[in-house]
Write a new protein. Structure first.
Length: 605
């Protein structure tokens, strides 16, 4: 059953096709007549089943998938201007089509296709009006908030300088193109106008244009939260300027918490951080490390939802990757009971954060709520995941049931825009992928490379590491490890050496997303922030390579190479088992020069 809402008293079908109308106006008339249309509502949610895919030759296959670009292809076909736009269901293909023909601009035009997201690949609409600050659009597969995954055809108001808005494809209308692009003023086929509107009026039955919520980039926020006020204020103006995003978050905090941060508007400093931490503790119930530090994507999404002030995206700047979900974490949860999921030992990394992200992804893509508790993968989550595989991914039989697989989980992460997927053999891990292993030896492929953010002192790390490695925390070990740590990493638990001979990716391994501090010869360290780095770099406070860290891993410590306790414990086990250092450390300085404060530095391992 197709559901159609809204009046059609002025629809395109009541006019002669193209009579006394320009091609751009005809196209806009076709799309405006569809405003109010909704995709199919089935089994308690909208399901991407719509009338446009079957009506466009070559796009029949796109039924039950995201259909914003399919809607555009249908409209160009109905307006008899099919050759002026690509016939595609892909926004990225649409961008390439216009660029290859020299008809792509970063300024709006009447009848232009407007593309959103990184590289324009996330969403598309059609411009029927623009002024100096906004573009007014008709968009399929969106909703009231302006999401790239929605339930129908809406009119929207979009900010021209929102960094989520990528650019415009300009169809070659026979009457020419009216555009705000000053570079096209004197070119044939273009008319420059700073502001313009279609000749198609919107009579009173037309649903009102709904302003789309602006987009906040989690990358911009994490960058601002980890840089000084001076660095924030010196940021390059334009799309890379984080001030607008920070200002929206501050406004949202004020609305939700009832008090404004005492930082300047658009500057993320101590006052904003303190209020954001309060928000996570008081409104979201976060505790410990989850309630402190730079904003995360999940908490930002919840702040945007509670305040009603913004949507959240992961931008293209190299400052924050989407959070990681462990495939085996989710598999473990889906094959164990709720009691077993709840009963994970304190201190061991929990699967709950990963399962919660999967549940939020399902809710976003499937337009319905998960009935299981947050973080618990039980019957309701399994049923909705199966429905996602059947209706969105078009899987059948055994492929559409059972424990989540890597491909479907990656698809859910990409379609929801909420997470990435990590594959490893650890059965249980934490919200940041730093899971605790009970094994004394782990697979190098299970090593993770997450940034260490918890407070702590080197002496405390050494004491805990000695206990984990089974040696006494006496002066022999404490003095020796402090000496070696200072020489290896200057005591920085996030140190990553990108320049020496270890910094390669040997056969059998792949480059890894790394969140440490990259050191290059004769250059200051710089955060890697999720960029790819060679697998075999020396890392952590004791500068182990992943293979060595895995071989001498201490049972009960993290698999994160940047965890200082795990790094020190592995180093202790290495010099004890491989280099013959006594358990009490009495011969540490004489056996391993790097640990001897009275001799010059020399590598170990």
């Amino acid at each position: 059953m197709i559901l159609i809402f809204g009046l059609r008293t002025w629809g395109f079908r009541e006019c002669e096709k193209g009579a006394h109308m320009s091609q751009a106006d005809t196209l806009i008339q076709v799309e405006k007549a569809e405003v109010g249309y909704r995709e199919r509502f089935s089994n308690g949610h909208y399901d991407n089943h719509q009338k446009y895919s079957p009506a466009v030759h070559g796009l029949e296959w796109s039924q039950n998938q995201a259909w914003c670009e399919t809607f555009q292809s249908w409209a160009f076909q109905e307006a008899d201007v099919k050759s002026l736009a690509p016939v595609t269901a892909s926004c990225a293909t649409g961008v390439s089509w216009y660029k290859n023909r020299g008809r792509f601009s970063f300024y709006p035009a009447i009848g232009a296709q407007v593309f959103f997201g990184s590289g324009g690949g996330a969403h598309v609409g059609l411009v029927y009006k623009y002024d100096t600050d906004h573009v007014y659009t008709i968009e399929g597969n969106t909703n009231a908030s302006g999401s790239a995954e929605g339930n129908g055809v809406y009119t929207k108001t979009r900010r021209r300088r929102d960094s989520y808005l990528y650019g415009y494809g300009l169809p070659a209308f026979s009457e020419g193109v009216v555009t705000a692009d000053p570079g096209l003023k004197d070119k044939p086929g273009f008319t420059y106008k700073a502001t313009a509107a279609s000749g198609i009026a919107a009579p009173s039955p037309m649903p009102p244009t709904e302003p789309a919520l602006p987009w906040v980039s989690s990358n911009q926020l994490i960058w601002a939260a980890t840089h000084s006020a001076a660095e924030e204020q010196a940021a390059q103006p334009g799309n890379s300027d984080p001030a607008d995003d920070v200002g929206l978050v501050q406004d949202a905090l004020e609305k939700v918490m009832g008090v404004a941060p005492d930082d300047p508007h658009g500057v993320f400093e101590a006052g904003t951080q303190k209020l954001y931490d309060r928000f996570r503790k008081e409104k979201l119930g976060y505790t410990g490390a989850d309630a402190t530090g730079a904003p995360g994507t999940t908490s930002l999404v919840k702040l945007g939802t509670l305040s009603g002030l913004f949507n959240v995206r992961s931008g293209s700047t190299p400052t924050l990757a989407l959070p990681w979900v462990g495939l085996n974490q989710v598999t473990w949860a889906s094959t164990h009971s709720a009691q077993e999921e709840e009963a994970q030992p304190a201190g061991a990394a929990s699967t709950k954060a990963d399962v919660t992200l999967v549940q939020e992804g399902l809710e976003k893509v499937m337009h319905t709520d998960v009935a299981d508790p947050n973080g618990i993968f039980e019957h309701a989550t399994q049923a909705l995941y199966d429905e996602f595989r059947r209706t969105v991914l078009d899987l059948t039989g055994s492929d559409a049931t059972g424990t989540p697989g890597e491909w479907s989980l990656r698809e859910l992460g990409e379609r929801s825009g909420l997470f990435q997927v990590r594959v490893g053999s650890m059965p249980v891990g934490g919200p940041d992928g730093t899971g605790i292993s009970t094994s004394e030896k782990i697979d190098p492929n299970d090593v993770t490379f997450e940034r260490h953010t918890s407070d702590g002192a080197l002496g405390d790390w050494i004491t805990a590491a000695c206990t984990a490695a089974g040696v006494p925390a006496n002066n022999n070990w404490i003095r020796g490890i402090k000496t070696a740590a200072a020489r290896e990493s200057s005591g920085n638990p996030n140190a990553c050496n990108l320049w020496d001979s270890n910094a390669i990716t040997p056969a059998g391994f792949s480059e890894v997303h790394d969140f440490g501090d990259g050191y290059r010869r004769n250059k200051p360290p710089q955060k890697i922030d999720g960029a790819l780095a060679p697998f075999q770099c020396s890392r952590g406070v004791m500068q182990c390579i992943p293979q060595t860290f895995a071989l001498y891993h201490a049972a009960g410590t993290s698999v994160n190479i940047y965890d200082p306790v795990a790094s020190i414990a592995a180093a202790i086990r290495l010099v004890h088992k491989k280099l013959g250092v006594a358990a009490d450390g009495s011969n540490l300085a004489s056996k391993v020069q790097q640990f001897d404060p009275n001799r010059p530095p020399k590598g170990y391992g």
